[in-house]
Design a protein around this ligand. Structure first.
Ligand code: HEC
Ligand code: HEC
Ligand code: HEC
Length: 155
């Protein structure tokens, strides 16, 4: 199963702009993705009353406009990581989750949530984000995912 998963990830990432990159394909073609797919469907990113959907590749691959610059630096490394990590071993969702969280960059969220700091839904969100994302001491900045873990994979 490990090999199949590695191959799947590799295909998914390398064919990122092709037919294999739809959420449905990514989420339903190997059982390791079952939990991720279902939790995504249940989340506000997988579907919300406004009919906007954020696909797997929107978060798990560099923004499309920077596709070529980032592809080799990041996606390829990620694919290799996954490949090596999964070659022969059982899929360990917790371990992968930790790894994703560790490497997840704010940029991935901010290319959609562009007006986060200027047009928040509430004063509370405004204060929290200003304090967390642009603190007086940059060393104290928190990453989006440190507070919003599980944002696309609830439960
Ligand atoms: C491709 C665009 C896109 C990307 C990338 C994206 N989001 Fe979203 N986000 C949305 C949309 C669309 C909604 C739904 C807005 C609505 O329901 O009105 C949303 C809703 C949210 C909400 C509020 C709803 C909730 O469930 O609490 C939060 C918080 C959020 N996103 C955080 C994030 C974080 C953190 C990231 C990065 C891990 C991220 N988003 C990446 C488009 C995106
Ligand atoms: C210190 C923790 C923290 C960090 C770091 C953080 N958020 Fe939030 N965020 C919150 C809280 C708490 C709320 C809920 C506020 C509310 O319910 O009004 C929120 C709300 C949101 C919302 C809902 C819309 C809104 O304006 O209320 C979005 C979208 C969002 N965050 C995106 C992000 C993104 C993108 C980042 C990274 C740039 C980020 N957050 C970093 C704590 C955080
Ligand atoms: C809004 C951004 C976003 C979207 C959309 C998204 N993910 Fe994720 N994904 C994350 C983040 C962030 C994590 C790290 C763990 C967490 O925060 O839940 C993660 C973790 C994962 C993991 C590792 C943990 C596990 O449950 O196995 C897999 C696999 C995964 N995502 C696959 C998918 C697939 C497949 C889709 C589409 C059906 C998808 N993701 C859509 C942001 C996203």
């Amino acid at each position: 199963m490990g090999i199949a998963f590695a191959l799947f990830c590799f295909l998914c990432i390398n064919a990122a702009m092709g037919p294999f990159s739809t959420s449905q394909y990514c989420g339903t073609n190997c059982h390791e993705m079952d939990t991720a797919y279902q939790s995504w469907q249940a989340s506000s990113h997988g579907g919300n009353p406004r009919g906007v959907r954020t696909d797997c590749v929107d978060c798990h691959l560099p923004p499309k406009d920077k596709y070529f610059t980032h592809l080799f630096a990041k996606a390829q490394t990620g694919a290799k990581d996954m490949w090596l990590h999964h070659f022969g071993g059982e899929y360990d969702a917790d371990a992968v989750r930790e790894k994703v969280v560790e490497h997840f960059e704010d940029e991935m969220c901010l290319h959609c949530h562009v007006d986060l700091l200027t047009r928040p839904d509430s004063d509370m969100a405004a204060d929290i984000h200003k304090e967390a994302v642009t603190p007086a001491d940059p060393a104290e900045a928190l990453k989006c995912i440190e507070c919003h873990e599980g944002i696309a994979h609830e439960g």
